[in-house]
Write a protein that binds this ligand. Structure first.
Ligand SMILES: [Zn+2]
Length: 499
C-alpha cells in the first residue's frame, strides 16, 4: 500500500516535458506528442467485445471463460489518479459444457488513489434502489495498473518515473519501475504509437502475474489519437478484448471516495470451528471453508482457499484444535483461484498436495514463477511442492480412518474436480457443485446442472451420505436437501448450521 501511495504521488506530477527534447519518431517524447499527453488530464472510452473471468478456467489447460460485453465504458483521470469502469456482460455458454443459465451482469468498479470500491444494489434491496458502495481494498493494485497501462497513462507514468528507452524496430522499448516494485515495459512503434504495454501484478496462485495489453488500429477520435482495438491478457490468457467506438478527451471523472469506503477497515480473518464428527472439524468463519481431519499421527486439511492470510489463520486454528500433529496433506477440490490461492501456505508447512492429475503440471508451472511483488511463505522457504494425484479415486488412511477423494466426473463447472467422502462418518465435502440455499432463500427457477451432476456422481459411486459439508455457503445440508434442490424430492430438513 505504501508503494501504491508512492506511485500515486510520483505520477501526480504530470508529464509536461513532451516538447522539451527532440522528437525522434518512435520515441517516448514523440508518443507523448502524438497522444497530446500533456494536455489530456482524463479520458473516456467506450466499446464492445469480450471479458474473461480470470482464474476460473473450466480446466487448467483452458483459457479463462468468456463473457460477451454489449457495453463497456471507462472514464480515467490521470492527475488524481482515478477511474470508473462499467460494463454489461453475460457469460458465453460453451458447447458441450452444461452450466446454469447465464445472467446479465452490470458491474461498476471504481478506484481513486488508495481506495477501490464497487457500486452494486445490495442483495434483497427493493427494485430500483440506488447502488451502494462496496469497499474492494484488494482491487486497488489491479485498478491502478489499468490506469498506467492505458496509452496516455503509460507515457505519463514513464515521464514521472525516469523511464529508460532503447531503439527497437524503428521505435523504442520504454521501461520503468514504479514505487520500486511494479515494472512496466512498453513498445512504441515507428508511428510513435504505444502498441504494447507489459507489467506484473501479484496473485496468490501465479505470483508475479504478467499483464500484457496490445493496442492497435489507432485513429483520431474527435481530436484524440486512441487505439480502436484493445486486447489485454493476464496470466497468459485474454481478460479483455475491446473494439472502441467512441473516445472523449478531458471528461469529468466522478470518483469522490464515499465515506463508507474511506473509513472501511478490512476485518481480521475470522476462523470458527464446528465439530462434524469425532476428529472431523468444519473450519468456517469466512466466505470459503475447509475441513480438518484428525488422523492418528497427522492432520488432513480439505481445501486451502483464497490466500495466505486465510491459510495462516486456518492453520493456527487447526493446530489449536488438533494439537501436536503436523498437517501432512492438503486436499484441493479444483484449480479455480478462490479455491487454490491458499495451497502454497500448506506446502510451506510441509503438507503434500492431493489433487486431480490434470492440476499438478499447472501448479508446478504456476508456482515456479517469480514472487517479487509479494513473496509468500513458500517463496521464502524455497521448498519444492510434493503431490499425490489421481484420475478417478484416491484414498488417504491412517489405518483407522479412511478418507476417499473422488473425481466429480462430467461436471460443467470443472474437468479436474474433486469431492471428499468419509465412509465411516458418511460425510461428503464438496464445493461449487452445489451451494445449499440460505434459510428462507427462494429456490432457483431451474435446477443447476452442476448439482444434478453432483447427485449423479454420488449415486454412481453409491456413496451413503448423511451430511454434506459445502466449502462455501451457509452450512451443513443433507442428501435430501440436494435431492430437493434438483427437483427429486421434498426436503427432509432445512439447511442448518449444525447437525
Ligand atoms: Zn469453482
Amino acid at each position: 500500500m505504501r508503494m501504491l501511495a508512492a506511485l500515486i504521488l510520483a505520477v501526480g506530477i504530470a508529464l509536461s516535458c513532451a516538447s522539451c527534447s527532440k522528437q525522434e519518431p518512435g520515441s517516448l517524447t514523440a508518443a507523448a506528442a502524438t497522444l497530446k499527453a500533456d494536455t489530456l488530464k482524463s479520458i473516456a472510452y467506450s466499446g464492445t467485445g469480450k471479458w474473461f473471468q480470470f482464474g476460473q478456467a473450466p480446466n487448467p489447460t483452458l483459457p479463462w471463460p468468456a463473457f460477451d460485453v454489449s457495453r463497456f465504458t471507462a472514464t480515467v483521470g490521470y492527475d488524481a489518479p482515478a477511474a470508473r469502469v462499467e460494463m454489461d456482460r453475460i457469460q458465453v455458454v460453451e458447447p458441450a459444457r452444461a452450466r446454469p443459465a447465464p445472467v446479465q451482469q452490470r458491474p461498476i468498479q471504481l478506484v481513486s488513489g488508495k481506495y477501490a470500491w464497487n457500486l452494486a444494489t445490495p442483495a434483497g434491496a427493493a427494485p430500483g434502489s440506488a447502488p451502494a458502495p462496496q469497499p474492494q481494498p484488494a482491487a486497488v493494485e489491479e485498478r491502478i495498473m489499468e490506469i498506467w497501462t492505458t496509452p496516455h497513462g503509460f507515457v505519463k507514468a514513464a515521464a514521472a518515473n525516469n523511464a529508460t528507452s532503447q531503439p527497437m524496430n524503428g521505435g523504442s522499448e520504454v521501461s520503468f519501475t514504479v514505487g520500486g516494485k511494479y515494472r512496466y515495459v512498453g513498445r512504441i512503434n515507428a508511428q510513435s504509437q504505444v502498441e504494447r504495454v507489459q507489467t506484473w501484478i501479484d496473485n496468490p496462485v501465479l505470483g508475479d502475474t504478467p499483464v500484457e495489453i496490445a493496442y492497435s488500429d489507432y485513429r483520431d477520435f474527435n481530436g484524440v489519437m486512441f487505439p480502436g482495438r484493445i486486447v489485454r491478457t493476464q496470466g497468459g490468457h485474454p481478460v479483455l478484448e475491446l473494439t472502441i467506438s467512441s473516445v472523449t478527451a478531458n471528461p469529468a471523472v466522478a470518483a469522490d471516495v464515499p465515506e463508507p469506503v474511506r473509513t472501511f477497515t478490512p476485518p481480521a480473518v475470522n476462523v470458527a470451528v464446528e465439530k462434524l464428527a469425532d476428529g472431523v472439524f468444519y473450519v468456517k468463519g469466512g466466505s470459503h471453508h475447509s475441513v480438518a481431519i484428525d488422523q492418528r499421527d497427522h492432520i488432513v486439511v480439505v481445501e486451502g482457499p483464497q490466500d495466505e492470510a486465510r491459510s495462516t489463520a486456518v492453520i493456527a486454528k487447526v493446530k489449536e484444535t488438533i494439537p501436536n500433529k503436523p498437517i501432512r496433506y492438503i486436499v484441493n477440490t479444483h484449480v479455480h483461484f478462490d479455491h487454490s490461492g491458499g495451497l502454497r501456505t500448506y506446502v510451506a508447512e510441509g503438507a503434500t498436495v492431493v489433487t486431480h492429475e490434470m492440476n499438478k503440471p499447472y501448479y508446478e508451472k504456476a508456482w515456479a514463477a517469480p514472487r517479487t511483488i509479494n513473496p509468500d511463505s513458500l517463496a521464502k522457504a524455497g521448498k519444492p511442492a510434493t503431490f499425490e494425484t489421481f484420475a478417478d479415486k484416491h484414498t488417504l488412511t491412517d489405518g483407522k480412518r479412511t478418507i476417499e477423494i473422488h473425481h466429480i466426473a462430467g461436471s460443467g463447472h470443472n474437468d479436474a474436480f474433486a469431492m471428499v467422502y468419509l465412509p465411516a462418518e458418511k460425510i461428503l465435502m464438496q464445493v461449487d457443485a452445489w451451494a445449499p440455499l440460505a434459510p428462507n432463500a427462494p429456490p432457483p427457477a431451474a435446477p443447476s446442472p452442476f448439482a444434478i451432476n453432483l447427485y449423479d456422481n454420488v449415486t454412481r459411486l453409491k456413496l451413503d451420505v448423511r451430511q454434506i459439508a459445502s466449502l462455501h455457503g451457509p452450512g451443513i445440508a443433507t442428501l435430501a436437501d440436494l435431492q430437493a434442490a434438483i427437483g427429486q424430492a421434498k426436503p427432509a430438513s432445512a439447511v442448518t448450521s449444525s447437525r
